[in-house]
Design a protein around this ligand. Structure first.
Ligand code: ADP
Ligand code: ZN
Ligand code: ZN
Length: 742
């Protein structure tokens, strides 16, 4: 028996795994994640290592393999727990152990540590003046400039002086040698959050909030660590409930992780936490440098902070005594990693909590089907907030049938009803948000006269329009020629919807010249902080109308917004993706939730070519449970998650012919190893984007009720491609229960 061991998990050297013999006395005792002492290197220095896996044979000369010395008795370190988590992720989602380890452990990149260097004047003012006139006489301008500043302030930041004063390192060194100044270096762990310490007024929880908190606290006190779904409408006070739960955990000496989709991680949200937990809070986001992120992880490791807020990757914060993981907006697609291992933060959070003995609170106004189905099965506990905290009413939602607009001669993308309401709000000086439901590309064909959408007869997802006049199913590869006449009503108004936010903005400006219009989409938010700038300009009522993509519907509080218009509700409905209806429902509910956050009740208008579709009907009534029932029927009929499991195998190669052949053989192999008659194999098909940067892509889909069956097939395929030369130029990735079509 051999154990795979990594020696140093703090550096990039990580990608080396060493094999050691497991002495027979340790067999049965040793497990993944354990800390062991091993003889290492030429001198056999006794070093600490971590077990990442086991194997029964070795690729090396067995007589030269060293033996594990002993199991470290230090107990289970946080490192060991995260390694165990990595091993679980590797098994669950595919990929290598190193890829999994790099995901869970903050690896220090070989970059120079961030040093703050301060220059201090060491001479007296009097003596300094003498030096100054000396430098001036000698025409040593840089030295004079620096000294002038030092005479005023005693010390300056080295970085500032080099930038602003144009003083080189040599100049500083020369002056240091003359003992005019000293340079002090200190490594700083910068805290991206500056605590204002303002504190805040205490609020009285609503009855529903109290009940949710009470259930959590009772369980927690009895050391019952569970997974909860806090299902509460927008504005019902979920964040307040999270904070109270975190307070419970923190006052018991444990720590909490709060996962928030990056896009919702705004200054305001962070400040709410800072007001409660002061400088014991830190954040992670993609704007921090790799070094800064590493620093935050180390601050957590050393016990400097209690609460870490961040997107998906914050899940791996190395807290010593993790007590709670909160996952806000748990239905968001960004919780699924797009890199190997393609883990889902929800499942991984639950596994991490299991390893640590911690609780998980999932929160959403429109829970994922997975989470709600989990409650129905009794694996998660449901906590409900049905009312808004400040007792505002939910928005009044109406649906406009866009097919009628065309009939009545209105070819604009704004319906007459919505136009009228926009005029009304502009007059009342209330604000309006116009949301173009545009997710990715909208490459499906639909009829503007009757709403007909061309779908795959086998998969019940819409066919994607490809250049060259074909319509293709991304799951099974089924193809048809593009049609120019609607097969359902004969209308020639069939085509792909192409309007983007920029066109909508121009159109709005033309139709409502009196209104101030802001636009928010990927293009206008590319620059640093532009996102927050647009939001705060709109919050300060510098504009009347905000036009944007789904970015604008995520959790912002604009009390003066009383009208929300959804311009093309169907665009996300017909993404060629089995989650399209779920995503549409969630987006429409969120959009409606933006209206009427202040004292005036709000209104939302949903424009659709398919107003009878259940995701639009139920969203208009804000009836999640009715949506859930309908959607689950579709999922179980088609064998889609969460009713069954779907494993996508993505194959990537620069050689198209080779890829085709590889996909063919892989399908045959999958059929052979997964001899289970209930295992369904679909494809190979070309994904939505069949070629990216000259790399061709193909996908196979495997369906089965039992996740373990899919894992077993995955493991066999991983072995097969490793020993098979033909696959050396094809990259293969697995995606379990995908949330995005490839
Ligand atoms: P959610 O996270 O469910 O959208 P928030 O926690 O952000 O809801 O609450 C919405 C607003 O209501 C916030 O401004 C919050 O401060 C306020 N709020 C929440 N709970 C209460 C309460 N019990 N009393 C008064 N205001 C509350
Ligand atoms: Zn038609
Ligand atoms: Zn199909």
């Amino acid at each position: 028996m051999f154990a795979n061991i990594i020696v140093d998990i703090t550096h990039e050297k990580l990608d080396k795994i060493f094999q050691y013999k497991v002495p027979s006395r340790m067999e049965g005792e040793l497990s993944i994640g354990m800390e062991v002492w091993i003889p290492f290197g030429k001198g056999n220095r006794i070093t600490k290592g971590y077990v990442t896996g086991f194997s029964e044979h070795s690729d090396y000369d067995v007589s030269k393999i060293k033996e594990i010395q002993e199991i470290s008795k230090d107990g289970v370190a946080i490192e060991a727990k995260l390694i165990a988590l990595a091993a679980w992720m590797k098994e669950q989602y595919g990929g290598t152990m190193i890829q999994a380890l790099k995901t869970v452990w903050p690896v220090k990149k070989e970059e120079r540590p961030k040093e703050k260097r301060m220059i201090h004047r060491t001479v007296s003012v009097e003596e300094g003046r003498k030096w100054l006139s000396f430098f001036q006489r000698k025409n040593q301008k840089a030295r004079a400039r620096l000294l002038e500043v030092l005479l005023k302030s005693e010390d300056v930041d080295d970085g500032w002086s080099t930038r602003k004063l144009g003083v080189t390192a040599q100049v500083v060194r020369a002056m240091e040698e003359k003992k005019i100044l000293t340079v002090e270096r200190e490594t700083v762990f910068r805290n991206p959050v500056r605590a204002s310490g303002a504190g805040r007024a205490r609020i009285t929880y609503t009855e529903e909030q109290q009940e949710a908190i009470r259930i959590f606290q009772e369980d927690y006190e009895r050391a019952r660590f569970d997974t909860y779904l806090l299902y509460g409408v927008t504005g019902s006070g979920k964040t307040e409930v999270y904070m109270e739960m975190i307070r419970t955990v923190v006052s018991a000496g444990r720590q909490a992780i709060v996962l928030i989709p990056e896009i919702a991680l705004t200054y305001q949200t962070v400040m709410r936490f800072v007001q409660v937990f002061g400088n014991r809070v830190s954040i992670m986001n993609s704007r921090l440098s790799a070094g800064e992120r590493y620093d935050q992880m180390m601050r957590a490791r050393s016990g400097e902070i209690d609460v870490m807020i961040g997107p998906r990757s914050a899940l791996f914060t190395p807290f010593e005594h993790l007590g709670l993981i909160v996952m806000d907006e748990e239905h968001e697609a960004t919780y699924k990693s797009e890199q190997v291992p393609r883990y889902h933060a929800r499942e991984t959070a639950i596994e991490r909590a299991r390893i640590e003995g911690a609780s998980v609170v999932l929160g959403s106004a429109t829970p994922s089907l997975e989470a709600f189905a989990g409650c129905k099965k009794g694996t998660y506990r449901l906590l409900r907030l049905t009312k808004r905290a400040k007792e505002q009413q939910m928005a009044q939602v109406s649906v406009v049938d866009m097919r009628d607009e065309l009939k009545n001669g209105n070819r604009s993308i704004i319906s007459d009803a919505l136009r009228g309401k926009i005029y009304d709000r502009l007059e009342k000086k209330e604000q309006i948000m116009l949301f173009l439901n545009r997710r990715g590309f909208a490459g499906f064909l639909s009829c503007r006269s009757c709403g007909y959408v061309v779908k795959c007869p086998h998969c019940d997802v819409s066919l994607s329009w490809h250049k060259g006049g074909r319509m293709v199913c991304h799951y099974c590869g089924y193809e048809e020629k593009v049609i120019s006449v609607c097969p359902s009503c004969g209308s020639p108004h069939i085509g792909a919807f192409k309007a983007g936010t920029q066109q909508v903005e121009e159109l709005i400006k033309k139709e409502f010249p009196q209104a101030g219009v802001l636009r928010m989409d990927l293009d206008t938010t590319r620059e640093k902080e532009s996102y927050e700038k647009i939001l705060s300009a709109f919050a300060d009522q510098e504009a009347d109308i905000l036009v944007g993509t789904q970015m604008i519907v995520k959790g912002h509080d604009f009390p003066n917004v009383t009208l929300v218009g959804v311009l093309a509700a169907d665009l996300s409905l017909y993404m060629s993706d089995f989650r399209a209806a779920e995503r549409t429902f969630a987006l429409l509910c969120q959009a409606a939730g933006r209206a009427g956050r202040g004292s005036v009740p709000g209104e939302a208008v949903i424009q659709s070519y398919h107003p009878e579709h259940y995701s639009i009907q139920t969203a208009a009534r804000q009836d999640y449970e009715a949506f859930f029932e309908q959607e689950m029927k579709f999922r179980s009929l088609m064998g889609y998650p969460p009713s069954a499991h779907l494993m996508a195998i993505l194959m990537i190669s620069e050689d198209e012919a080779l890829l085709e052949k590889g996909a063919y053989y892989l399908k045959i192999f999958a059929k052979a190893v997964g001899s289970d008659p209930k295992l369904e194999i679909i494809g190979p098909a070309s994904p939505a984007v069949a070629k990216i940067r000259d790399l061709y892509r193909k996908a196979l889909y495997l369906k089965h009720e039992d996740y373990q069956v899919l894992i077993a097939v995955k493991n066999k395929i991983e072995q097969y491609i490793e020993i098979n030369e033909g696959f050396s130029r094809i990259r293969i990735q697995f995606d379990f229960d995908p949330v995005q079509a490839f």
